[in-house]
Ligand binder design. Structure first.
Ligand SMILES: NC(=O)c1ccc[n+]([C@@H]2O[C@H](COP(=O)([O-])OP(=O)(O)OC[C@H]3O[C@@H](n4cnc5c(N)ncnc54)[C@H](O)[C@@H]3O)[C@@H](O)[C@H]2O)c1
Length: 436
């Protein structure tokens, strides 16, 4: 199959590289000329484990290339995937569909022969109808089927998720589109990935419902963490105790500083807006958003209270800045409101992140960036574990303590154990572990 991938970001680049690895002939297109030039030089513009190797192998096999010119690859494609960004629209939280609509117009002009146009971007219900309308209006001769194929990969585990998905959702009622997408995903049948065919609008809603449900799970356990602290319970054992119930499951039950990232916040906001447009208030999802926003803002106060309630003139060291490990993505990371809060309370902030510091500098210009965790600890009044990178799980704690002005550790990811930390002489705070 010939595939054109429109948008070469986290989703477009990973999907394009994986499709090429399956044996398809893929061209990834992006309007960002700098990104395309870098990719053509063999540089990967994002941090994603193993992506460099996968891209290099498919490029040298002649199955993957990169361009800013959309018309050529779209004209030749059996399937054109739209994988452009759908950020929150400034002001109202709706999904901003400017990039999707612009891509649809450009695709329309370049189509030749029967082509399946597939939205892989996360888009509100009804966007497939609008994409189809735009294409038919721009190019009435176009022979197309517009399908929805939402993407469920997680940054940090994106290649694995793409190659071993829990399910593939394809939304279309067009037989020819089903056939083409069946061919595109055929290599995954070997991995026995269930492919679910449904209507386009249903596929669009499945993606939002999945993200809203996962965000709800995280927020639920975060509230249990707050209660655990008050009543002397341990939220990690509560999570294990409920997660062993098959009806609940153990995943997405780690208490922490609140969810962030490029998907959950914007997708829950967009779902709430879509539902309100249809007079169906989603009160659970609204509450999840409000609770999570409050929680992220409350983390600076948590650090302050670990230091007796006054941060003026204090130095706080942050370990991790990205919204989760194994990515450089800083979009809506909990570290952003945390840093803002700490600076507002009069603290100085030092930080280290294994992959996200270049991105972080754009969002957080007013902090000091350090070369490793021990440099962060130097003269710090407290250290805060913000992101659970693997390398923070086995720190030389004695060395850290020697570097610090006062040995206070606020572990927002519950990586360490209170008894061990206290034995080493740390004042140790974590999330939801009230049990003594
Ligand atoms: N990042 C994730 O983990 C993830 C997971 C599942 C779904 N999604 C969804 O996938 C979509 C893409 O997300 P992302 O994180 O890859 O975004 P991204 O911002 O990393 O990449 C989007 C890319 O599209 C390019 N672009 C914009 N308009 C274009 C056009 N007209 N033609 C060609 N290129 C264009 C941009 O330059 C950018 O490089 C979003 O809808 C997102 O919600 C993301």
């Amino acid at each position: 199959m010939r595939i054109a991938m429109i948008g070469t970001g986290y989703v477009g680049l990973v999907s394009g590289a994986c499709f090429a690895d399956f044996g398809h002939r893929v061209t990834c297109v992006d309007t960002d000329a700098g990104k395309i030039t870098a990719l053509n030089r063999g540089e990967i513009p994002i941090f994603e484990p193993d992506l460099d190797r996968l891209v290099a192998a498919s490029v040298s096999a002649g199955r993957l290339d990169f361009t800013t010119d959309l018309a050529g690859p779209v004209g030749e494609a059996d399937a054109v995937f739209i994988a452009v960004g759908t950020p929150s629209r400034r002001g109202d939280g709706h999904a901003d569909l400017t990039y999707v609509h612009a891509a649809a117009r450009e695709i329309a002009r370049a189509l030749q022969g029967f082509t399946v146009v597939v939205t892989k971007s996360t888009v509100p219900v009804g966007t497939g109808d609008e994409v189809e309308r735009i294409i038919r209006e721009t190019n009435p001769q176009a022979d197309i089927a517009v399908a929805s194929n939402p993407e469920f990969l997680r940054e940090g585990a994106a290649i694995r998720d793409f190659k071993h998905p829990d399910r593939i959702v394809v939304g279309t009622s067009d037989e020819r589109a089903r056939k083409v997408l069946g061919e595109v995903y055929r290599p995954l049948y070997l991995n026995q990935a269930p492919i679910m065919y449904t209507e386009r609008r249903t596929a669009e809603l499945i993606k939002y419902a999945a993200n809203a449900f996962l965000a709800t799970k995280i927020t639920f356990i975060n509230e249990m963490a707050d209660l655990s602290e008050k009543v002397g319970a341990d939220v990690q054992e509560v999570a294990r105790g409920i997660g062993l119930d098959n009806r609940i499951g153990p995943k997405f039950l780690n208490a922490g500083p609140g969810f962030g990232g490029s998907c959950f916040p914007k997708d829950t906001r967009a779902l709430v807006k879509t539902a309100l447009d249809h007079d169906v208030p989603l009160r659970i999802v609204e509450a999840v958003l409000a609770v999570n926003d409050n929680r992220k803002r409350a983390m600076a106060r948590k650090v302050s209270s670990a230091l007796g309630g006054n941060l003026r003139g204090k130095t706080i060291g942050l370990l991790g800045l990205t919204f989760k490990p194994d990515t450089d993505d800083m979009r809506e990371a909990p570290s952003i409101p945390l840093v803002t809060g700490l600076l507002d309370l009069g603290a100085k902030v030092r930080a280290y992140d294994p992959a996200g510091m270049e991105q972080a500098k754009k969002e957080l210009p007013d902090i000091t960036y350090c070369e490793d965790p021990y440099a962060v600890a130097r003269d710090a009044d407290a250290l805060v574990i913000v992101t659970e990178w693997r390398q923070f799980r086995a720190l030389d704690l004695k060395r850290l303590k020697r570097e610090m002005a006062t040995p206070v550790m606020v572990d927002l990811r519950n990586i360490y154990r209170r008894d061990e930390m206290e034995e080493l002489g740390f004042t140790y705070e974590s999330v939801g572990r009230g049990a003594v």
